[in-house]
Design a protein. Structure first.
Length: 138
């Protein structure tokens, strides 16, 4: 159980630290591309509220913990499709829908505000899971 807690902390802390700079870099890069083209009457904004980031991190942590619990304690081989990050993304999008945060948001706002956060969580879950499997071999 200790290894699953360490894995969860690694994924959540890395996502927390990296997702904001990645979101800002991608957003400013997109704004720079828009300025090159200079379309008329085009307004673009993006933001990543820290409350949404912390809620997503909490959902990721709970999904990874439930996944490990079902594997180790209950003996289930697979938790639906064994992808806690995918479940976290779906639950977070449902949260955004229910809370009304997606009510007047455009597609590019959602794309540039939340997809980098999802992508960093997925990448770090893969990086740290491969490190966990390599450390068990050695």
């Amino acid at each position: 159980m200790k290894s699953s807690i360490i894995y969860t902390l690694k994924v959540c802390l890395a996502t927390l630290v990296v997702s904001v700079p990645v979101t800002m870099a991608i957003g400013f890069g997109y704004i720079g591309l828009i300025m090159l083209v200079k379309p008329q009457n085009y307004v673009f904004s993006f933001k990543l509220p820290f409350t949404h980031l912390f809620i997503f991190i909490a959902i990721v942590a709970s999904a990874i913990t439930i996944n490990h619990h079902l594997k180790e304690k209950q003996g289930h081989k697979r938790f639906i499709n064994d992808r806690p990050i995918a479940h976290s993304i779906v639950l977070f999008l449902l949260y955004l829908l229910v809370s009304g945060a997606m009510h007047f948001a455009s597609f590019d706002y959602l794309l540039f505000s939340y997809v980098p956060m999802f992508f960093t969580a997925y990448v770090f879950s893969r990086i740290f899971s491969s490190q966990k499997s390599n450390s068990l071999i050695a």
